[in-house]
Design a protein around this ligand. Sequence first.
Ligand code: CTP
Length: 230
Amino acid sequence: ESKRPPEPTLPDPGNTILITAGPTHEPIDAVRYVGNRSSGRLGVELSDAAARAGWKVILALGPTPLAPSETAVETHRFQTTADLGALLAEHQPRCDVLVMAAAVADYRPARPLTAQQKLRRTGDRLVLELEPTPDLLAQCSARRRPGQCLVGFALEPRAEMLSSARGKLERKGVDCIVANPLETMDASTIDAVLLGRDGSERHTGGPVPKADFAPWLLSAIEEARHATQP
Ligand code: CTP
C-alpha cells in the first residue's frame, strides 16, 4: 500500500491572513533611497499559497517587481516603513494571522530632502545621519486583539540563528518566529525553523524551494496556532 502525504492543515473558514513582503525604501532625496536586497519572493509565494488554501489574503507589498498571481489576493503597496506602519494600523484589526515577512528598515535618513530636491556633488565627504525606525511588529503585538496570531521572521547568521530568533520572539511578543539563515535573502531556496512560544520547533529539514516552503509554513503556523489555542 502506498503511503499518502500528510493532509495539509487548512485554515478555518473565512479566516483572514495579512502578509507583509519586500524591502522598504527610505528616501534620501528625490531620486535616492536606503534599501535592502529583499526580493519579496517569499511573501508573494506565501500569499498565493494562502489564497489557494482558502484564506482571505491581504498582502502589503514593498517596492519589488514581483506581484501575486492569484487574483483573489488584496494587494496594497508601500515604500517606506512609515507607509507600512499605516497599512498595518488599517488592516491588522481584520486579520486572524499576521505574517511579517517584510524586510523592514531598522534606520532611515533623519533629514531626507523633499521629493523636489536632489543632493549635489561637492567633492567633500558627506555624512548621512540615520534615525531608528519604529519596530512595527512590536507595535502590532502591543495592540493585538485576543486570538490574533502574530508571526515574525528572523534573518540571522547561521551560528546564532536559533538563540537570536528566540530572543526576538520574546522581545517582540509574537507567537511564532521563522528563523532563517542570512543566505536566504534573495535566494530561491530556504532552510528554516518555525519557533513557537511554547518552545516548539518545526524544521523544514534542509533547503526547500520557496514555492514549496510557502504551503509548508502555512500548515506549520496552523499547527502551532491550534496547539496553543484549541
Ligand atoms: N521588523 C519590524 N519593524 C522594524 C524592523 C523589523 O516589524 N523596524 C520585523 C521584521 O519584519 C521581522 C522581525 O521584525 O518580522 C525581525 O526583524 P529583524 O530585522 O531580524 O529584527 P530586528 O529587531 O531589526 O533586530 P536586529 O536588526 O538586531 O537583528
